[in-house]
Design a protein around this ligand. Structure first.
Ligand code: CP
Length: 304
């Protein structure tokens, strides 16, 4: 594996399977009453979050702690970033504190790539702008594999605000590597102009794709990143692209529903669908800790 994890495209099929298989081993540890391993004792993991997060930040912290690493949590709010300190100077300060791995979430696409040039430790992208979120794609693949088995030839439909979604890009790249067939469904206004170069199909008609899907992954409508009107109204968006009870009934009986969270309940997904036994949304959160343990373990070269 590479020293850093910045894009899902950094992973070969063997790398991705190694992470998924390692996570499977580590999941057994998570089921024990004492969940801690001594693997990364004496190593330091810095969580550097310039953008808000609940799941990713907490799960990276839990993952590093379960592997016995020392964890430093840095949030831009309340730091010297508010006095104008640059990403580079912040990174060099953390480097001086002996970070073996830096987990970064940043609003600017490409920030983790820049950071990797400035620090000696491993850099893990925890979400950069609208670019990528590779550990989310890994935990999603892990969640799918646990429910459905091998992903080769599985039909995965990803629905919604693809334009602003780092989750969609990382999932498309990783799922293509793992041999799944991905279809993106979105209004034309919420697809990036480069979509023709992505390794997936595109459809504007959710109802025609649902009956052929093994997995339906709903994306959050990212209102905070929207600086224009991308659809006429929330009601209209929900009517065309929301997963409500009637649409859920069109999916095959064994198909699963996913969402990376946080959700806009009632907009892209109905509450009863989100809370159904065929939804993996809560499992995805638990699997996030396991996958991030596997990533830190493999990047920092611990021994099980
Ligand atoms: N899925 C995800 O990245 O969630 P958070 O923004 O809460 O970390």
């Amino acid at each position: 594996m590479n020293r850093h994890l910045i894009s899902a495209a950094d992973l070969t099929k063997d790398d991705a399977l190694l992470i998924l298989d390692t996570a499977e081993e580590l999941a057994r540890v998570s089921e024990r009453s004492i969940k801690k391993l001594p693997t990364l004792r004496g190593r330091t993991v810095v969580n550097l979050f310039f953008e808000d997060s609940t799941r990713t930040r907490i799960s990276f912290e839990a993952a590093a702690k379960r592997l016995s690493a020392d964890v430093i949590n840095f949030s831009a709010k309340g730091s010297s970033v508010s006095k104008g300190e640059s990403l580079k100077d912040t990174a060099l300060t953390l480097e001086a504190m002996g970070a073996d791995a830096v987990v970064i979430r940043h609003g600017a696409s490409g920030a983790p790539h820049r950071l990797a040039n400035w620090v000696r430790g491993s850099v893990v992208n925890a979400g950069d702008g609208t670019h990528e979120h590779p550990t989310q794609a890994l935990l999603d693949a892990f969640s799918m594999r646990r429910r459905l088995g091998n992903l080769e030839g599985r039909k995965v439909t990803i629905v919604g605000d693809v334009l602003h979604s780092r989750v969609a890009r990382s999932n498309v790249l990783l799922l293509a590597t793992l041999g799944a067939d991905v279809t993106l469904v979105a209004p034309p206004t919420l697809l990036p102009v480069s979509i023709g170069t992505w390794p997936c199909e595109v459809s504007y008609d959710l109802d025609s794709v649902l009956p052929k899907s093994d997995v339906v992954m709903m994306l959050r409508v990212q209102k905070e990143r929207m600086n224009a009107a991308y659809f006429p109204s929330e009601r209209e968006y929900s009517r065309r692209y929301g997963l409500d009870r009637d649409r859920f009934a069109k999916m095959p009986d064994d198909a699963i529903v996913m969402h990376p969270g946080p959700m806009n309940r009632g907009m892209e997904i109905a509450a009863e669908v989100a809370d159904s036994p065929r939804s993996t949304i809560v499992e995805q959160v638990a699997n996030g800790v396991t996958i991030r343990m596997a990533v830190l373990y493999l990047l920092l070269g611990g021994e099980i």
